[in-house]
Ligand binder design. Sequence first.
Ligand code: DHB
Length: 492
Amino acid sequence: MLKRRQMVRMLAGTAAVPVVMADGGDVWARGSAKGATVSDPLAFDPEKYTTVTTTITTDDGDKAVTYRFYKAITYVANPVDVAYQSLNVSVPMAIDGTSVDASHAPILFSNQVGGYMPSSTANAAGIGSGINPRLALAAGYVVAEPGARGRTLVDADGVYYGTAPAAIVDLKAAVRYLRHNKGRVPGDTDRIVATGISAGGALTALLGTSGDSPRYDSYLAELGAADASDAVFAAVPYCPIADLDHADMAYEWNWGANPLSTGEQVDQTVSKELRAQFTDYQASLKLHGKNGFGRITARNLDTYMVETFLQPSAEKYLTDLSDADRAAYLSANPWITWSGGKATFTWMDFLTHVGARRKNTPAFDAFDLSAFENNEFGIGTTAARHFTLYSLRKATGDASARLDADLPEKIDLMNPMYFLGLRNPGRARHWFVRTGTKDSDTSLTVVGNLATSLENLGADVNVALYWDGPHGANYDAPDLIAWIGKVTGCTK
Ligand code: DHB
């Protein structure tokens, strides 16, 4: 018996053959009736590569890495736009002239999404320029770089076809493609490590929390995605712009009193109303802090953020400085007390140190619909919509306005915290989470709550903040590579 999804895929796949890249031709064993062979439009062709050599700078010096580059493979049978719904795979073959066997290596699944924009890897001549994919390749890992649809894509009729939940559906389809090709695609498809930055970090967190959730099934079936698991082994989000439906309230809780770069304060009425909403939200998460901290609430979260994330971040930074540089930093920052290798300071002094907030209020569901996220929740020929009741009602002046009926589901499908709330069983068990302490693109509580929720569910979480790091900082890529080796059991 074929499962419904397989049948949908076969039908969709047949219809889509002309637009699928010429990577088929293999035999699709699963789902073939009575021994008949059915051409699998989603079969990976191990012979279709070019060989590329590149120099990768590592802590151990420059390495000449020769790798097989599999380019622009369409990862769904029924694509909407092959420019975005395709991925590249890079497989190291030799490092400094010594051959490597990556056939069972971990697979770094590195999305390229920024700003919830469309991202395409289809025209790349080789592995991307990101430090994590390059160091992973030089460590002997396989690197998959998927594209995905994004919020600004519009067809000839003016219809938006890359808004929520398109990007996460595409990335899940790409994971399914790899797992469907277990044994054909180089690397261990049960050791996929997802990573991405910012919006790509949010999508990474979503891949890590929502693995195998049936809530995406209809979207995946429509694309002719492979009938395989989309759970990932580990997730490595950087500065995730996540928890969008609570991001405005969290932002005001965190940065409400910080000025804009012009020196002006944001509308304090709006800021305080949003901040007040955060109290209920934080309580609803029912999080427990480490080391006997107890229940985390909006009242003690400042202390928890300082003790758990910020002081350790400052300590690492200060410890790594030379004595002279540390003395200079501490004299320029007298609000930090440094004693016995420990840094102490208050939340308020930390906020003053960060200075200007990046965004006005509300930071994500802008009253004038101008934020990236308003566009991310567009639909049809409507470019941008409100996705919180607060902004919808304020902007329209209608105190009983309701969100469009399709939105609650889409908002959930974009929120990793939603899937943690469900204790989704397909979630990744290993996490490496990073953000910068000066990143006011979103609230620092987004990372704090994500990491703490994961810890409360028993996950293995390596979380750290980069002291004074801006949005997008990545200061410990070699540590990530070592961590991947450790958690995947890949020792070379
Ligand atoms: C990104 C940054 C933002 O401030 C945001 O709201 C969404 C995405 C980004 O850099 O990807």
